[in-house]
Design a protein around this ligand. Structure first.
Ligand code: SF4
Length: 234
């Protein structure tokens, strides 16, 4: 494969997609080597509940709520018997508290009746739980069980499509394309790198392109508009 020289990085990334992706990943890793989930949890159950609560909410806000929540209700057995109104009071500040409350209680009942009170560790079982979509399932599989997975949340969707790591209108296609473009052993880490970049530099409304270490590689920066998110993400 020919690699033309230029003044800044000696490789013409515009004509070598694989080299470009490799360089994007290298720089993301260099800048965010310590990136990890910001949600606080002690076991798969706590991560599952925290991730359900994090939909349309910040991790920081979820972290304010969950220590007391898990102290009072440490397992599915304690949470499953709550009335929705009781749980609503505990999680009110995370938003969408009525839906989240119903989903969490129902999820806990299913964990008890079908999975012996444990969180299942496969995509199909996880996504059968109320309030659990592919994003939440991938977060649990990756962080709680150490599986290779790319959870596509709003940051991952936006940043990966802006950078050109994906070119898709929906999260499922974005996930599939990222799995194809990123080496499997980097899937879980890349998820965290993209979130960190989305929070710190590549904001939704005002990306700080001037100060972005990926600007010379970025499709959005160099070619203009990219596809925007077309659905909410669970
Ligand atoms: S150059 Fe701009 S749009 Fe591209 S990744 Fe950086 S901040 Fe985001």
């Amino acid at each position: 494969m020919s690699k033309k020289k230029n003044n800044t990085n000696h490789i013409d990334y515009s004509s070598d997609k694989q080299a470009k992706i490799k360089e994007i990943l290298r720089l993301l890793e260099k800048h965010y080597s310590d990136a990890t989930t910001e949600l606080k949890y002690k076991n798969p159950f706590e991560l599952l509940i925290a991730t359900i609560l994090a939909a349309q909410c910040t991790d920081r806000q979820v972290n304010k709520v969950t220590p007391e929540l898990f102290r009072k209700y440490p397992s599915p057995a304690e949470m499953a018997v709550l009335k929705p109104e009781e749980l609503e009071k505990e999680i009110y500040s995370c938003g969408f508290y009525k839906t989240k409350s119903r989903n969490i209680i129902e999820t806990c009942k299913i964990l008890l009746s079908k999975y012996g009170g444990e969180v299942p560790r496969d995509m199909k079982s996880l996504t059968s739980l109320p309030g659990v979509g592919r994003k939440t399932a991938n977060v649990v599989l990756s962080n709680a069980f150490g599986e290779d997975a790319i959870a596509v949340d709003t940051h991952v969707f936006r940043v990966s499509n802006r950078l050109g790591l994906a070119n898709a209108k929906d999260v499922f296609k974005t996930e599939q394309q990222l799995m194809k473009n990123i080496p499997k052993n980097k899937w879980s880490k890349a998820h965290h790198w993209l979130i960190y970049h989305g929070r710190r530099v590549c904001n939704a409304k005002k990306p700080d392109c001037e100060n972005c270490f990926l600007q010379h590689l970025c499709k959005y920066r160099n070619e203009g508009q990219v596809l925007e998110q077309s659905e909410s993400i669970q």
